[in-house]
Design a protein around this ligand. Structure first.
Ligand code: DUC
Ligand code: ZN
Ligand code: ZN
Length: 459
């Protein structure tokens, strides 16, 4: 199968020019002006931007969490991602008690295989590390999983202690991998939760009050200091506030391989969402929580200046009906997480253009930076001869209103309900196959493949 995308404006993280793209099979074959070729399918992209497929490096499909399971399966979640122009996701394979790393990855393979609409990988979340696990780091990296994740939050569930943090960072680094950290002070937060509950403070807004930004900054500082002595690269996930971001800047300025991301929700929403009536604040109960509006512009500035490297979603949806409702009367029982994988590319476009970012920077934040950071570049994250033909045809002028009524995520609400944004995904190709066209999904579950990732390529 060959496809010719004609007359588009090709925008990558580094280039911006008008040309045709000829795709043969799964990869880009030729790029040039007025290509004299015939193809099985021709797409006219006049007036449109032709960009690399977006990469969301932080999602949780069908994750058992908080007494329930996140509501998007690998099938529904990756289909929704495709509608939004995302052609690769990285999920988190979580090690449950007694499991080896390899068993954990086998379990996640079994969940994802044959279901995905788009290409996928996982980070391996390590929750226990005994001597028997040491040789496994190298095997995991050889299997194409070059990133490990640890939690400094959720005591008794996922949280690891500082010994384990040090050992994971060191072992991951020695194996050529990188450690991602959910960084909060989980112990102090537990005490704050107990204090709030003892005072009868049980509404959704107390979830946010139990995890103030300074507790995140504390976790980030600690993780990066430990990474420094372990001499290993560390990547902080879902940075929601300026104080935590500043810790990353400080550490990198001191010469450490310290990186971070933020997520769409932290770039648009603030803590006033928790005041919504009728328990609707529960829709915004995720961790870390939304914070004061003063943090939003510093996060955008941090993206512009490279303090943070990319934007993900931490997509971990739970329906309001039947799932978020589990926590009526007790914020501790509200499953933590929210939907987002579908709207990221266009939300970041809207916000970035309003703040004077270049189109190249937008592509970098949504695709290229993650391809490099997580070991998939140049197969993913760019449009170049030989790269996978993961391509989005984007209409930069179209206006649309975000709504759960029209989104494709398996979630009965949107975090961004009613928000009017500029820019819309029109056509999506995944490894040469047209997946989305005229708002229709043309793919089949299982066409997305596991992608073996290599080392981080930003250092
Ligand atoms: N935070 C969430 O809100 N959900 C999933 C895991 C996490 O860290
Ligand atoms: Zn997290
Ligand atoms: Zn997460």
């Amino acid at each position: 199968m060959t496809t010719l995308i004609k007359n588009g404006r090709i925008i990558t993280a580094t280039d911006d020019y008008h040309a045709d793209v000829f795709i043969d099979g799964e990869t880009v074959h030729t790029i040039g002006r007025n290509l004299p070729v015939k193809a099985d399918k021709t797409i006219d992209a006049a007036g449109r931007w032709v960009i690399p497929g977006a990469i969301d490096p932080h999602v949780h499909m069908e994750l058992p969490f908080g007494g329930t399971i996140s509501s998007d399966s690998f099938e529904t979640g990756t289909r929704a991602a495709a509608f939004g122009g995302t052609t690769t996701i990285i999920d988190f394979a979580i090690q449950y008690h007694g499991k080896t790393f390899e068993q954990t990855l086998d379990d996640w393979d079994a969940k994802a295989e044959g279901k995905c609409a788009i290409d996928y990988s996982y980070h391996l979340a390590v929750t226990e590390y005994e001597a028997k696990h040491a040789p496994e780091f190298k095997k995991v990296v050889d299997r194409g999983i070059s990133t490990f994740k640890i939690f400094l939050a959720y005591p008794g569930v996922f949280m690891i202690d500082d010994t384990t943090m040090f050992r994971v960072m060191q072992s991951a680094g020695e194996a050529g991998g990188m450690t991602l950290v959910h960084a909060e002070n989980g112990i102090a937060i537990s005490q704050m939760i107990d204090n709030l509950v003892a005072a009868g403070k049980m509404a959704p807004k107390y979830h946010a009050q139990s995890r103030p930004p300074v507790m995140q900054a504390d976790g980030v500082a600690r993780a990066l200091r430990v990474g420094e002595v372990a001499r290993a690269p560390v990547f902080i996930v879902h940075v929601s506030c300026e104080a935590a971001m500043n810790e990353i800047v400080r550490s990198r300025d001191e010469g450490n391989a310290s990186f971070g991301e933020t997520c769409t929700q932290y770039l648009f929403l603030d803590e006033t969402c928790y005041d919504k009536p009728n328990f609707e604040g529960a829709k915004y109960v995720f961790t870390p929580p939304l914070v004061a509006r003063e943090n939003i512009e510093p996060l955008w500035k941090g993206l512009k200046l490279g303090y943070l490297q990319e934007v993900s979603t931490d997509h971990c949806p739970f329906n309001f009906k039947g799932q978020k409702e589990l926590g009526r009367g007790d914020f501790r029982k509200i499953p933590n997480g929210g939907p987002g994988v579908e709207d990221r590319l266009s939300l970041v476009y809207d916000g970035a253009m309003k703040r004077g970012f270049s189109p190249n920077k937008w592509v970098d934040l949504c695709s290229t930076a993650s391809a490099k950071m997580f070991g998939m570049f140049p197969r993913k994250g760019t449009i170049a001869v030989g790269s996978d033909a993961d391509i989005v045809i984007f209409n930069p002028d179209k206006q649309r209103t975000i709504s759960a009524k029209t989104h494709h995520m398996n979630c009965d609400y949107s975090l961004f309900e009613g928000m009017e944004i500029q820019g819309a995904v029109e056509t999506v190709l995944s490894r040469g196959k047209t997946l989305i066209e005229s708002n229709q999904y043309l793919g089949h579950p299982g066409e997305g493949k596991f992608i073996k990732r290599g080392q981080c390529a930003v250092m």
